[in-house]
Design a protein around this ligand. Structure first.
Ligand SMILES: *Cc1c(COP(=O)(O)O)cnc(C)c1O
Length: 393
């Protein structure tokens, strides 16, 4: 191993060095970052709930009721009624028998894959799956197969291979995202569901960027497509459109019982603060109301406004498929320069680089929220138009 100093020098030389920015305001469409007010187009707070006044009140109320800490893991004495209440609401929201929450989406993915799969099992992932799914697949010890992004014929040949080689009783799990976190495109879910059914495999679907955004009341993309009851392991996060923190699995009662017995991040980690669970429960109540649907509608309108006004060169090749719109740059150095240029224009849209995305596919990841104003979106479109000219010129 080279010295720490030379590792850092290497990262800088390859334009891959990262450092933490300090944000001194609450989350929102305008934030103070490193002492400067910037219009924020990089948050996953798609519905603008992270700093919603009535949710702040709900959190404070829950602190008064439950205190701040859970005291122990869920299985010891940390399973407060706020957790049980949230999981009942989540199961009703997702229309599944049961649901289980974790401290984060990352812990959800790692804990679930490691609980469901062992060394004789086979997990088949889309190449662009989130790091948490990859880490979970690795931690499980299962045999891993990867198919190129959205390449269904490759998925099919992995499934066919799995059927002929799998040990008796071995599990075959297909794992993908409904909306991809760094590309913003949607998985061909109907085809994937048909295929996993045909080969008798299970499907784990990470709806991190789809819950709150797609489907009636924000139930997710599988719900929007009428496929939710065919997805055995439905994952989502509570820190993105929900505006709070945490992750969940929704599915059959037996699946949830198995996770309670085997998911290490649940068993060996202190339960999340009960106030966060209570706040997420308040978000579900909101999503189920007309006001919640109107909020989601505002996001849809903002996305339409953006796609109509932004330069076509920016949207290449896939258009607007979700609240995530990648502006592809390629070179890491050029992506950093573009992010810096946008910051001088008053926008916070950091460059996304390796290892979050492949080398040479660096990009600006624009995200749109229900709480952006028309003026903010128009201003961004103008700046992106000028950026597109700079990049092509
Ligand atoms: C953000 C994200 C996660 C992790 O969720 P956290 O709650 O942030 O830990 C998992 N999967 C995908 C696709 C994500 O984008």
């Amino acid at each position: 191993m080279p010295s720490i100093e030379s590792q850092l020098a290497d990262l800088r030389a390859r334009s891959l060095f990262r450092k933490l920015r300090e944000v001194t305001s609450p989350q929102g469409t305008t934030i103070r970052c490193d002492g400067k007010a910037l219009t924020n187009f990089s948050s996953n707070d798609y519905l603008g709930l992270a700093n919603e006044p009535w949710l702040r009140e709900a959190a404070k109320h829950a602190i008064d009721e439950f205190g701040v800490g859970a005291g122990a893991s869920r299985l010891v004495c940390g399973n407060l009624s706020a957790h049980a209440h949230l999981e009942k609401k989540l199961a009703a929201f997702k229309r599944t028998e049961a649901a289980l929450t974790f401290s984060s989406g990352y812990a959800t993915a790692v804990g679930t894959l490691q609980a469901l799969l062992g060394k004789d099992d086979i997990v088949i992932l889309d190449k662009l799956c989130h790091a948490s799914l990859i880490d979970g697949a690795r931690a499980s010890g299962a045999i891993i197969r990867v198919f190129p992004h959205h390449k269904l014929d490759a998925l099919e040949s992995h499934l066919r291979w799995a059927r002929t080689t799998q040990a008796q009783d071995a599990r075959v799990l297909v794992c993908t995202e409904s909306v991809f976190s760094m590309d913003g495109d949607r998985a061909p879910l109907a085809e994937i569901v048909e295929m996993k059914n045909r080969f008798g495999a299970m499907l784990m679907l990470d709806e991190a960027h789809a819950v709150g955004v797609f489907g009636k009341n924000g139930r997710g993309l599988a719900d929007e497509l009428g496929l939710a009851d065919q997805v055995e392991v439905q994952m989502g996060t509570l820190g993105k459109a929900f505006g709070v923190s945490g992750g969940y699995i929704a599915g059959s009662r037996h699946l949830i019982e198995l996770l309670v017995n085997r998911a290490r991040p649940l068993i060996y980690s202190t339960a999340p603060p009960p106030a966060l669970a209570a706040t997420s429960a308040a978000v579900i109540d909101f999503l189920m109301t007309d006001a919640g649907e109107q909020r989601r509608q505002l996001l849809t309108e903002n996305l339409r406004l953006f796609s109509e006004n932004v330069s076509a060169a920016i949207l290449r090749p896939r258009g607007v498929q979700s609240a995530i719109i990648p502006v592809m740059i390629g070179n890491e150095d050029a992506a950093l320069a573009a992010a810096q240029w946008l910051q001088e224009e008053g926008f916070l849209i950091p460059a996304i680089r390796f290892p979050t995305v492949a080398l040479g596919t660096a990009r600006l990841r624009v995200t749109i929220s229900a709480s952006h104003t028309t003026e903010q979106i128009n201003r961004l479109c103008e700046s992106l138009g000028r950026l597109a000219k700079r990049l092509s010129g």
